[in-house]
Design a protein around this ligand. Structure first.
Ligand code: SF4
Ligand code: SF4
Length: 376
């Protein structure tokens, strides 16, 4: 995976053919290339083969409890904000077989693990998403309970980051210090620009691997006008209406009896959508399955959510039986106790939990109400 950083990288100018050649080169490397594409009335991250799969001319309106695709008045390829789910799906799959055992004459034999999947190439990773990948890398890498699968998927991935040129109504990465500028964690960084009638990308390498690939494309150096346009695009994306006082939110854990927990519980459906779309949530459960004859057994790891009753089940019953306590657990961990565990907040300001909450509960509003930071 990419390391910091590219202060001295030469900015190149890629046109559409150049971007197409970049994707083709990654395909030729034998990588599974994942990028934005249209499906199910949304822009999702899925397998792509070429530039033709990208959502040219599509944007999306996102606000609390609301997501709708919309046509843009240009042919931007990365003008859609964020997909419903981030790169967690690729780096930390929702269902994973941990092992399988088959009955033999002499007892059970554990099946050898399957061959490793092809390395990934992730196209269109946003600054907040890189920050989320960092957060999960800490969870799965730096501590006593490392996940070698996550580590190797990430270590072998080639990351093409794309800087945002505009913010959605739910974005607050600027407040969380995670975006919109991409500063580290990428192999190649792109900024989509429109200069006069030319549509293209300012491209910078963040690693030797990225530099080698860009050089092989034989793209021209970006000119002053293109570099300026790229800078303005990122500045534009930093204009965000949503705000979260990260320092104040640290104190959420000191408010276990705040009346707002009851208010939010009146709306919250305990559906767990917020945890499924959150790029940093990492909770799982483990399920053992056998066939009826008892000859085959498998152990699966599946995403779980702190909003389910079973998640807090311990001897004698569930600890968090009420919605108020589940919502409190989620937001307090995200913004407060995550810092105690990992030294930074577990929220990167992507706004997905707000967009995809069916009743439009907004994490920034709840945090502000409980910590007394409500804007007048
Ligand atoms: S808590 Fe919400 S805004 Fe923060 S990272 Fe998760 S989904 Fe994004
Ligand atoms: S906050 Fe919204 S998305 Fe999360 S569990 Fe409650 S209703 Fe579902």
């Amino acid at each position: 995976m990419a390391q910091p950083n590219s202060k001295n990288a030469i900015p190149y100018l890629l046109d559409m053919d150049g971007l197409g050649a970049l994707i083709s080169a990654l395909v030729r490397q034998g990588r599974q290339v994942i990028g934005p594409s249209l499906a199910d009335d949304a822009v999702i991250y899925d397998d792509i083969d070429s530039i033709a799969d990208l959502p040219a001319g599509w944007g999306a309106d996102q606000s609390a409890g609301h997501y709708r695709l919309k046509r843009r008045d240009d042919q931007a390829l990365f003008g859609y904000g964020l997909a419903p789910q981030g790169w967690k799906r690729q780096l930390y799959p929702p269902r994973q077989k941990l092992f399988a055992a088959r009955r033999q004459d002499s007892g059970f034999a554990v099946e050898p693990p399957p061959p490793p999947p092809p390395p990934l190439a992730l196209i269109g990773v946003r600054a907040c998403e890189l920050a989320a990948i960092d957060r999960q890398a800490k969870v799965f890498g730096d501590r006593s309970y490392a996940d070698p699968g996550y580590q190797s998927r990430l270590a072998n991935a080639f990351i093409v980051a794309v800087q945002c040129a505009e913010a959605q109504a739910t974005c607050f990465c600027a407040a969380m210090g995670t975006g919109p500028e991409v500063s580290h964690g990428y192999d190649i960084k792109l900024t989509e620009i429109f200069v006069q009638k030319h549509h293209g990308f300012v491209a910078e390498a963040g690693t030797p691997q990225g530099a080698k690939l860009l050089k092989a494309l034989k793209a021209p150096a970006a000119g002053a006008a293109e570099i300026k346009a790229a800078g303005l695009a990122v500045k534009n994306a930093a204009r965000q209406d949503k705000h979260l006082d990260a320092e104040a939110a640290r104190k959420l854990s000191a408010q276990p009896d705040h009346p707002r927990w009851d208010k939010v519980a009146e709306r919250c459906l305990s559906c767990g959508n917020c945890t499924m779309v959150c790029p940093t949530c990492f909770c799982t459960t483990v399920e053992d399955v056998t066939d009826l004859k008892g000859d085959n057994a498998e152990r699966w790891r599946k995403w779980d959510s702190c909003f389910t009753m079973d998640f807090s089940y311990i001897h004698g019953g569930a600890v968090r039986t009420e919605t108020r306590s589940r919502y409190r657990q989620w937001i307090t961990h995200k913004l407060s106790t995550w810092v105690d565990q990992f030294g930074e907040q577990g929220c990167v300001g992507c706004g997905r939990c707000t967009t995809w909450c069916p009743v439009g509960i907004d994490i920034t509003e709840e945090a502000a109400a409980i910590t007394g930071q409500e804007r007048i």
